[in-house]
Design a protein around this ligand. Sequence first.
Ligand code: NAD
Length: 251
Amino acid sequence: LFNLKGQVAIVTGGALGIGQGIAFRLAEAGATVMITDINPEAAQSTVAQIKESGGTAASMMANVANLGDEKHAIEETIKIFGRLDILVNNAGIFPFAPALEVTEQLWDKVMGVNLKGLFFTTQAAAREMIKQGHGGKIINIASIDALHPSGMLVHYDTSKGGVAMMTKSLALEFGPKNILVNAIAPGGIQTPGASSPDTSEELLKAFTARIPLRRMGIPDDIAKAALFLASDMASYMNGSLIVIDGGYLQA
Ligand code: NAD
C-alpha cells in the first residue's frame, strides 16, 4: 500500500527529530532518501541506520536558508539517483522569544529557514519534477502554530501560517503538473529541538496536560502521515493540512 520502490525523496533537516523519523519511514517503504542538513555527523549517522536496516540513503550538507545549497543538493540528488519524486520540507527552527524582544536579525533568521528557504527549495524541486514530467509529491512540515498561537513565538507562528498558505497556493499552481502539495501540522513532538533549554520542564508539563492523549507525540507519529502523503494512497490530496496533535487543538 505504501510502496515507494523506485522513488527518490529529499528530506530537509532529516538528520534528527521529525525529519529523521520521516527519512526512516520513507526508506522503509523502499524510497531512496537524500537527507540534507546542517549537521553532517547526525545526517551520516541517520544514513548509516537506514543502510543497516536495508534501505538506501545518502546525505548532503545544505542549509535551507542558503538558497544555492538546496538547489545544489537537488541537482546532485538527481545526478546520483537519476530522479526526484518526493520533497519533504521539514527543516525548521523555533527559537522562543517574547514579541517585544524579537530583533530584526531573529525575525530574518526564522523567516529565512522556515519560509523563504522552504519556498525556494520547493521552487527548485518543482522545476526538476516538471522537467522530468512524472509529477511528484511535496510535503511541508508546518505546525499547529499555523492555526493557533503558542506564545513567545510570534515570528515562528507567522512563518508557519505562511507555510500553510504557501501549501495551498502551490497546490493550485502545481496541481496541473501532477505535483501534489500538502502539509502536516504537528502538535508537540519530542525531538532534540523541542527539548532545547528554551523549553522549560514546567511549560512541557502544562502543554502535555492539555493533550487529550496525555502524551507528547514522537517523530514517528508524524512520519506515518508523511509516508501516507508520499504514497499513492494520497492520490487525490492536494492543498491539505493534516493536523497531528493528539487532540491538543480540541482542548
Ligand atoms: P529538531 O531541531 O529536533 O531537528 C531539526 C533538524 O533540522 C536537525 O537535524 C537540524 O540540524 C536541521 N536543521 C535546522 N536548521 C536547518 C537549516 N537551516 N537547514 C537544514 N537543516 C536544518 O526539530 P524538530 O522538532 O524535528 O522539527 C522539525 C520540523 O517540525 C520543523 O519545521 C518544526 O518547526 C516542525 N514542528 C516541530 C514540532 C515539535 O514539537 N517538535 C511541532 C510542530 C512543528
